[in-house]
Write a protein that binds this ligand. Structure first.
Ligand SMILES: [Zn+2]
Ligand SMILES: [Zn+2]
Length: 347
């Protein structure tokens, strides 16, 4: 019987990958689909894709599959063919990473989980595979011309703060789960209007659109592949880009500039800036927007308190930890005007 897990130790695997001259491609994919026996499906995939030299992590759940993998570029066609031979995966989009050396993974991990995305939803009430219609970039631009169209940003406040589609509803939330009922309320009288939803890569909208269809909204659309794919299609086809500012990528802690303009402000001084940073004081670590001048003034911290604290010797910091309140103690993610900035640390 073929092995279904890797038995060589991690260090050796990593070294093998780093030593290899083989050109690799990194890509991601997802698809919501009812899978009756995720365990069995996992084992089949492992056998097939291990043979193709696929590394990375793939989550399988009763609701579908979500993967980020790398594979020898020479096997890309064979991989696509193998994937598309599974009827419900046929034709799903493979998002190929552009600026990537293909060295991000060194073994294949396929895990069965409860969900393919941790979204905090108890979604037994609606069918995630009955989702809204996908729109190409061209269709998005067309439908946005219609004055009755409502555009909704399904991301969190710190994502939409640095970039959004003009006129979009951007809920002031920190989680996807929080956003669903709030947006529902905002759209109460728009049940018949065309609604376009978007998020970073499209996966959140798969679920959000299914949720709103279930809630009786009639014309629910989503941007196919999210902002990333929208921008790619616009550039490829020379279409006007209706997105302003940056597309924030939480994993990378930085944004990809899509629109020319900077639409957000430094949380400390209000100057135009869209640079997300974490407070340099580890006891605070709040995620916020900071301009270069404030980075210098506050030593990369979110406040004078944090800056003062960060200058203290380690033992003193250790003793004070838990006794001093920082911005990060009170807010998960920074909001403009919410940060306390200028109070010095009083001991
Ligand atoms: Zn500033
Ligand atoms: Zn701080």
């Amino acid at each position: 019987m073929a092995r279904l897990h890797n038995l060589v130790n991690n260090d050796e695997l990593k070294q093998r990958m780093l030593d290899s001259e083989e050109e690799r491609t990194t890509l991601s994919f997802y698809q919501y689909h009812h899978i009756d026996n995720p365990e069995l499906f996992r084992n089949q995939l492992y056998r097939r894709w291990n043979q193709l030299g696929v590394y990375g992590r793939i989550y399988i759940a009763k609701e579908g599959v979500n993967g980020q993998v790398s594979l020898p570029t020479a096997n890309l066609d064979a991989f696509r063919e193998d994937m598309y031979a599974i009827p419900w995966m046929n034709g799903i989009r493979l998002n190929i990473a552009v600026d990537d050396d293909g060295k991000s993974f060194y073994k294949l991990k396929i895990k069965v989980r409860k969900k393919i995305v941790a979204d905090g939803l108890d979604d037994s009430s609606f069918d995630v595979t009955k989702r809204g219609k996908h729109l190409s970039a061209e269709e998005v631009n067309q439908l946005m011309e219609d004055p009755s169209t409502v555009v909704v940003d399904m991301r969190n406040h710190y994502e939409s703060e640095v970039g959004y589609f003009e006129g979009a509803i951007c809920p002031d939330v920190e989680t996807f789960r929080e956003a669903l009922p709030i947006v529902e309320e905002m759209l109460e009288d728009k049940k018949d209007a065309p609604i376009i939803m978007y998020c970073t890569g499209g996966i959140r909208c798969e679920k959000a659109s299914a949720y709103y269809l279930h809630k009786g909204f009639d014309k629910v659309y989503m941007i196919d592949g999210g902002i990333i794919e929208y921008a790619r299609q616009c550039r490829e086809k020379g279409l006007p880009i209706k997105y302003k500012g940056e597309n924030f990528d939480f994993d990378e802690r930085m944004g990809e500039r899509i629109g020319e303009e900077v639409v957000s402000q430094c949380h400390q001084c209000g100057a135009a800036s869209d640079t997300h940073v974490n407070c340099a004081n580890d006891a605070c670590h709040i995620l916020f927007i900071q301009c270069e001048a404030c980075a210098e003034k506050y030593h990369h911290c979110c406040s004078q308190t944090c800056s003062d604290f960060n200058e203290l010797p380690e033992e003193q910091k250790e003793a004070l930890r838990g006794q001093v309140e920082f911005n990060g103690t009170r807010f998960g993610k920074g909001r403009y005007k919410a940060l306390k900035k200028d109070e010095p640390l009083i001991l």
